[in-house]
Write a protein that binds this ligand. Structure first.
Ligand code: HEC
Length: 242
């Protein structure tokens, strides 16, 4: 009798703590999988035969990862929460949210909230995105909010931390992996943080979706093979801080 009361209490406490965690706007358990909006079966990774042009912005490769890791988590702009009616999990959901006017960033709520000077209205609420990412979104709107994909080839000739790994993590991981609320407690905003998961095997385990690891990017499609190859090359080389 006593024992079962204790068990019931433990269960109640567990349920309460889960509810408490989910109710805040945290980078946790974003539910919907990424749509393969470009329809090429690569999860939007861009394996099309059109070569990439450095003047064009490619939504699934350059814009969606920023939105997914900074905005589309549970409690914010995933399909389940849809804060303010805005869902930022795929090309179609971004377009259907009515927050972009093709060709006109100044008339697009998306651009406005990213550059807002009033801290109460700024998005993400915990601090502005890096300026380079805001500019990329601005250019994407200026170019007509197109859903372009391209084949950039896979250049693995010079995989350095600063030139390749850090930008990759900034775009695809850092939104969920920075500061005190970092996913799983893994802060990937510094070299030291990335080196830690390189050393303990979790980096390669999670991006390759191996058994026993949490699949990353969480809630999103697996990274394109080219990105995984770059991580592998860098880790195999002893994850240098170069
Ligand atoms: C949408 C948020 C989100 C994104 C994007 C994301 N992560 Fe995570 N990550 C998490 C959370 C939350 C955890 C904690 C474990 C869990 O909940 O599955 C985690 C855990 C991890 C772990 C530990 C895995 C384990 O098995 O213990 C590693 C390593 C990791 N992430 C790396 C990455 C990398 C690399 C990327 C980018 C390619 C990335 N994450 C993108 C949210 C995210």
């Amino acid at each position: 009798m006593k024992n079962s009361t204790v068990h019931l209490l433990t269960l109640l406490i567990a349920v309460f703590s889960v509810v408490a965690t989910v109710s805040s706007c945290k980078h946790e358990i974003p539910s919907p999988a990424v749509n393969d909006d470009d329809g090429n079966g690569t999860g939007g990774g861009g394996n099309n035969s059109v070569p990439c042009d450095s003047d064009s912005v490619y939504f699934s490769m350059q814009i969606l990862p920023i939105l997914q890791s900074n905005c589309a988590m549970t409690g914010c702009h995933d399909a389940g929460t849809a804060s303010n009616g805005v869902v930022l999990t795929s090309y179609s959901s971004v377009m259907n949210s009515g927050i972009v006017t093709p060709g006109d960033p100044g008339n697009s709520d998306l651009y406005e909230v990213l550059t807002e000077t009033d801290p109460d209205k700024l998005m993400p609420p915990n601090g502005a995105l890096p300026w380079a990412q805001i500019q990329l979104i601005q250019t994407w709107i200026q170019q007509g909010t197109r859903n372009l994909t391209c084949d950039g080839g896979c250049d693995t000739s010079a995989v350095t931390y600063s030139g390749v790994i850090r930008p990759l993590i900034q775009t695809k991981c850092q939104g969920c992996h920075t500061g005190s609320g970092a996913g799983g407690g893994w802060d990937l905003s510094t070299y030291q943080g990335v080196a830690t998961v390189a050393l303990n095997g979790k980096l390669m385990g999670s991006v390759q979706h191996l058994a026993g690891f949490s699949a990353m990017p969480k809630g999103g499609a697996k990274l394109p093979n080219c990105d995984i190859a770059k991580f592998r090359i860098w880790v195999s080389a002893g994850y240098p801080n170069n």
